[in-house]
Design a binder for this molecule. Structure first.
Ligand code: 5GP
Length: 209
């Protein structure tokens, strides 16, 4: 039987370090990360097809109409969307897939994909979060305040997720996520049919052959 991969949704407010956590997770595990499409302009050093697929607003709207996205959302004035067919194909092939998306997007995925594992990354404190957004140095003063204010509100959504992981150090956050995923793979409702299938095989071999 072909076992499906996990759909792992990781989100959290801007500046919690979820990007770094995901990068480390990918270095240490055989996961597949979905590359989103966005209408936002590339930041310095970002590569098309690697960080995002950078597309125009017209193209984005066309893809919404074609139902090409698993979810899409407007975040800080730009559109972001998860390509549906690629993600579902990887899961069907047994690969564990990571979506690093915003909270609106995560909640949309949750409505349609009940099997997903929803993980919320929290900053160690609001003070630390502010420092991290400032230190990143990629935002203008205005966008910095927007991101900080929405981070404050977004933390309320933690209760919609299955797991909350505080990103105190990247190493520890990654270790916790790896533990969560090991536990998820042992959940009886995920593996019940595999257990029963192999039991039948065993009985067959021992008693009937
Ligand atoms: P940034 O512009 O800093 O790369 O990303 C801004 C926000 O958009 C982040 O919270 C990021 O997780 C989120 N994001 C990235 N890709 C997607 C996507 O495909 N869908 C949704 N809903 N959010 C996304």
């Amino acid at each position: 039987m072909n076992k499906k991969g996990l759909l792992i949704v990781i989100s959290g407010p801007s500046g919690t370090g979820k990007g770094t956590v995901c990068k480390k997770l990918l270095q240490r595990n055989d996961f597949w990360i979905s590359v989103s499409a966005t209408t936002r302009a590339p930041r310095k050093g970002e590569v098309d097809g690697e960080n995002y697929y950078f597309i125009s607003k017209e193209e984005f709207i066309k893809r919404i109409d074609n139902e090409d996205f698993l979810e899409h959302a407007e975040v800080y004035g730009n559109y972001y969307g998860t390509p549906k067919s690629k993600v579902l194909e990887q899961i069907d092939n047994g690969k564990d897939v990571i979506l690093e998306i915003d909270i609106q997007g995560a909640l949309k995925v949750k409505e349609n994909y009940h099997d997903g594992v929803f993980i919320f990354i929290l900053p160690p404190s609001m003070e630390e979060l502010k420092k991290r957004i400032i230190n990143r140095g990629t935002e203008t003063e205005e966008s910095l305040m927007t991101r900080f204010k929405s981070a404050y509100k977004e933390i309320n959504f933690v209760s919609k997720y299955n797991y909350a992981v505080v990103n105190d150090t990247v190493e520890e956050a990654v270790r916790k996520i790896e533990c969560i995923l090991i536990a998820e793979k042992c959940r009886v409702d995920r593996i019940k049919s595999t257990i029963f299938d192999s039991r039948e095989g065993l009985i067959h071999e021992q008693f009937y052959d």
